[in-house]
Design a protein around this ligand. Structure first.
Ligand SMILES: C[S@@+](CC[C@H](N)C(=O)[O-])C[C@H]1O[C@@H](n2cnc3c(N)ncnc32)[C@H](O)[C@@H]1O
Ligand SMILES: [Zn+2]
Length: 331
C-alpha cells in the first residue's frame, strides 16, 4: 500500500478520517508490512505483502483467507477453481491475441478466427479506445478490480487509479503484476501443457497510472471517501451483487459531482436478482441498467456501447463469448 492511498480512506468501522500509518517495511514508498490504525475507534488494519486489508474484522479475514508459511504469507486459502478463474481473467487482460495465437499453434481454426477477430476488442479495450478518442483522463476508482486488467489497459491515460476488491488473491496479483512487477503468474496448466505449449507469463506492457494502488475493500462494507473520484468503474461486478441497484448508489456517493460512473456487465442475473430488478415488459438488460442509473440520480449518458463481444477461455476447446455492454453515466 502506498502512503498516498491513505488520503482516499475512511475507517470501515467508524468512518473516521483520523488514520495513522505504522510502517514496518517500506520499499520506494510502498508499505510492504505494517498497520493502519484508526485513532477514533482504535481498530487496527494489517498490511500483508503490500496488501492493506481494509475491512471490518481484518485479522479474522486474514486468518480465513491467508495461510502462513514460516514467517511469510504466500498462499491464499481459496479453492482451486477460484484460482483458475483468476488465472483465466488475467489471461484475458494481459495476453494479446497475437501472444495467445503464437503460444498455441494447435488451437482449432474456428477458435483461432474468433480470437483474431474479437480477443483484443473486449469491453476494457473498448473503454481504452474511448479514452483516446474522447481524450478522457482524471482519477479512477475501480470496484471489484480483480487482477488489475483495467489499470493495465488504461495505463497512463489516468492521473490516478485505486483498485479495490474483496478477494485478497486478485489484489495481490494486480500488485505483483503492475506494482512490484514480479510477473510470476502462468496460464492454467491444461492450457500450458496441452496444445498451448509455450509458457505465458502475465506482463504489463503499458505504464500503470503514476498514482496506482490496489487494496482489499468490500463494496458492501465501505471504507472510502465520499465525492472524491472523476470516474468510478465496475466491470463484471453488478451481476454478482445481491442488490445490483446499490452499486449505482455507491458510485453516486463516491463520485465528484461531475464524475462518470462506468459500468459493464455480461448480464447473468441470478433469477432471484432478476425478480427483484422488476424489469418492465420487453425491457433489455441494458435498458434496465440505464433505468437503474437514473433511479440513482444519473441523468445523462456520457457514452453507451452495446453488444461488445467478450471472449473468455475455459480450456483449449472451450471459448465462451459474452455479449457485454459498456455504459458511462453522469449527473
Ligand atoms: C467477475 S469478477 C470481475 C473482475 C474484474 N472487474 C474483471 O472484469 O476482470 C468480479 C470481481 O468482483 C469482486 N467482488 C464481488 N463482490 C465484491 C464485494 N462485495 N466487494 C468487493 N469486490 C467484490 C470479486 O472478488 C471479483 O474479483
Ligand atoms: Zn474507526
Amino acid at each position: 500500500m502506498f502512503v498516498n492511498t491513505l488520503q482516499y480512506l475512511v475507517c470501515p468501522d467508524c468512518e473516521s478520517t483520523d488514520l495513522k500509518l505504522h510502517s514496518e517495511q517500506t520499499l520506494k514508498g510502498d508499505v510492504k508490512s505494517g498497520r493502519v490504525i484508526c485513532s477514533t475507534c482504535t481498530e487496527s488494519f494489517p498490511i500483508h505483502d503490500g496488501v492493506l486489508i481494509w475491512l471490518t474484522n481484518p485479522d479474522q479475514y486474514l486468518r480465513a483467507h491467508v495461510t502462513e508459511r514460516e514467517d511469510h504469507i504466500e498462499h491464499i486459502d481459496e479453492s482451486l477453481e477460484s484460482d483458475r478463474v483468476t488465472a483465466l481473467y488475467w489471461l484475458g487482460h494481459y495476453v494479446s491475441a497475437k501472444e495467445l495465437l503464437s503460444a498455441n499453434p494447435k488451437l482449432s481454426a474456428t477458435l483461432k478466427t474468433l480470437v483474431k477477430k474479437y480477443w483484443d476488442q473486449g469491453p476494457m479495450q473498448t473503454l481504452a479506445k474511448l479514452f483516446k478518442q474522447k481524450k478522457l483522463s482524471g482519477s479512477m476508482l475501480e470496484l471489484g478490480c480483480g487482477s488489475g486488467g483495467l489499470a493495465h489497459l488504461l495505463g497512463s491515460n489516468l492521473d490516478s487509479y485505486l483498485g479495490i476488491d474483496s478477494a485478497y488473491q486478485g489484489v495481490k496479483r494486480a500488485r505483483d503484476i503492475l506494482i512490484t512487477k514480479k510477473n510470476i503468474y502462468n496460464a492454467p496448466s491444461d492450457l500450458v501443457q496441452g496444445p498451448l505449449a509455450n509458457k505465458i507469463t502475465a506482463k504489463s506492457k503499458t505504464k500503470p497510472p503514476l498514482d496506482c494502488d490496489f487494496i482489499v475493500v468490500d463494496i458492501e462494507i465501505g471504507g472510502l471517501k465520499k465525492n472524491h473520484w472523476d470516474m468510478v468503474a465496475a466491470f463484471n461486478v453488478i451481476d454478482m451483487l445481491e442488490e445490483p441497484s446499490q452499486l449505482f448508489k455507491l458510485k453516486q456517493f463516491l463520485l465528484k459531482s461531475s464524475g462518470i460512473a462506468v459500468s459493464s456487465s455480461p448480464y447473468i442475473w441470478h433469477p432471484e436478482t432478476a425478480k427483484q430488478l422488476k424489469p418492465k415488459k420487453n425491457e433489455s438488460s441494458q435498458d434496465r441498467m440505464v433505468r437503474m442509473s437514473r433511479e440513482a440520480g444519473f441523468g445523462k449518458i456520457a457514452f453507451e456501447i452495446r453488444d461488445i463481444p467478450w471472449l473468455f477461455f475455459k480450456n483449449i476447446n472451450q471459448l465462451e463469448i459474452y455479449n457485454v455492454h459498456l455504459l458511462g453515466v453522469r449527473n
